[in-house]
Design a protein around this ligand. Structure first.
Ligand code: GLC
Length: 426
């Protein structure tokens, strides 16, 4: 294992621009929100200063409104599309001080900061970042849950971090793309097209960005007018865990806690509205259509990460799905834990991005969730499989569950980071 950890550290070093650590060596040359948090979690084990630097780099693009964007371009343009100017976020009254995208990504940063603080009680760092984390979470509830449902909504599949998951097929199909901004994809330069999103989805992704640009990224107008509004299970799960971590940071600082406690209470009880008893899992809700999206995905099982399900519901998630050889468990048709989409569904595609391949951040989420609920044997198996995948096919973006072969971008930082975290934690 020593060698694997050394290789992981070497990759994070290779991807270090001096200002931030890139998500991958070629495909993703800017800051991505949850990538930076995952990277900081690994660094907290062996290089606290670099971990803090990564957190600061991400927070440096925070908008005055509190939003922490999903992509930040502190070092300017590259061969990546969307380019910094595509978003038209410069010169907005509530916007950033340098170009960023206009929406956010799963908020796991408070969890990363908590892990940094576990390794070193650096109160001045905590004092510096705590108000920024609080402002982000406040923005999430204010801008994305103005109706006080307890669950925040996403306005674009890219905010979910699971861009082209079949969970979004229906809400995307309901859009009527008009006035789509002109664009030229560059995501297929480093990665094979059959491992990337299909063209029709890409057009709809761009249509939504154009829609928000026209609204000048105004939060209230977006919430009221967007044709894409989804309460995403994984996003709210990570937010709920981040709120638990934020609460503990507030207590450390002696800051008021009631606002965070209120979020925790409201979000955990609102999760009941996403539970589908027939399918035995949590489903994303299409807020515009007012229905649950009945897609059997790994994300639907992720609330164990934040301690959300009752013991009985957790048991259903594990026995009916994770251990089910037709869905997520290894069998003749798949060799490793866990495909991101159930294998026995019509939309399962083992090599296409978020439509089936194994992603190590999802394995990491399931690993910690399983441990929390006492499923130690399965947790150990997920960890062992993640290690095997990295050893067999390197730290790549995602893996074909049938044989563990490499897919997507090469030199992928969070794959290295999260294997390192699992190896160095116990
Ligand atoms: C892809 C992933 C997204 C990630 C980004 C950078 O777009 O879908 O979750 O943040 O790459 O790695």
């Amino acid at each position: 294992m020593k060698q694997l950890i050394q290789d992981a550290k070497a990759l994070l070093k290779l991807n270090d621009t001096g200002v931030f650590i890139k998500p991958s060596t070629h495909q993703y040359p800017h800051i991505w929100n949850w990538d930076s948090a995952f990277i900081a979690i690994a660094l907290s084990h062996y290089d606290l200063e670099q971990a803090k630097k990564e957190v600061r780099a991400l927070l440096s693009g925070q908008w005055q409104s509190g939003l922490v964007p999903h992509i930040l371009y502190p070092t300017g343009a590259s061969d990546y599309f969307p380019t910094p100017d595509f978003w038209q976020t410069e010169a907005l009254p509530t916007g950033p001080s340098f170009p960023t995208s206009g929406f956010t990504q799963p908020p796991i940063l408070a969890t990363a900061v908590k892990k940094i603080l576990n390794h070193s009680a650096d109160e001045s760092f905590l004092k510096e970042v705590y108000p920024k984390l609080l402002a982000w979470h406040r923005w999430l509830y204010r801008a994305r849950d103005p109706e006080n449902t307890g669950l925040v909504s996403i306005i674009h599949p890219w905010e979910a971090g699971t861009d082209n998951s079949p969970r979004f097929d229906e809400p995307l199909a309901n859009l009527k793309p008009v006035n789509v901004p002109e664009f030229k994809r560059r995501d297929k330069k480093h990665v094979s097209p059959d491992e990337r999103p299909v063209e029709d989805h890409y057009v709809r992704f761009m249509y939504l960005i154009g829609f928000y640009r026209d609204l000048k990224w105004h939060d209230t107008a977006i919430y009221e007018q967007t044709p894409f509004l989804v309460q995403d299970v994984l996003f709210n799960t990570l937010l709920h865990q981040a709120n638990q971590d934020l609460l503990s940071l507030a207590q450390q600082l002696g800051e008021p806690c009631t606002e965070i406690e209120d979020w925790l209470e409201r979000t955990s009880s609102a999760f009941e509205t996403l539970w589908d008893d027939e399918m035995g899992m949590y489903l994303d809700k299409d807020v515009r259509q007012n229905n649950l999206l009945k897609i059997n995905s790994l994300q639907a099982l992720s609330p164990i990460f934040a301690g959300i399900p009752s013991k009985a519901n957790a048991e259903r998630l594990v026995t009916e799905h994770l251990l089910n050889k037709q869905e997520f468990a290894p069998a003749d048709d798949s060799a490793y834990c866990f495909p991101t989409i159930a294998k026995n569904t019509p939309y399962f595609e083992p090599r296409r991005y978020w439509r089936g391949p194994i992603w190590l951040n999802m394995n990491w989420i399931m690993y910690w969730g399983l441990k929390q609920y006492g499923y130690d044997e399965l947790a150990t198996k997920v960890k062992a499989d993640s290690i095997k995948l990295a050893q067999k096919s390197d730290f790549v973006e995602y893996y074909d569950p049938r044989d563990g072969s490499a897919c997507g971008a090469k030199g992928f930082s969070w794959s290295a980071a999260l294997v390192t975290d699992m190896l160095l934690t116990d």
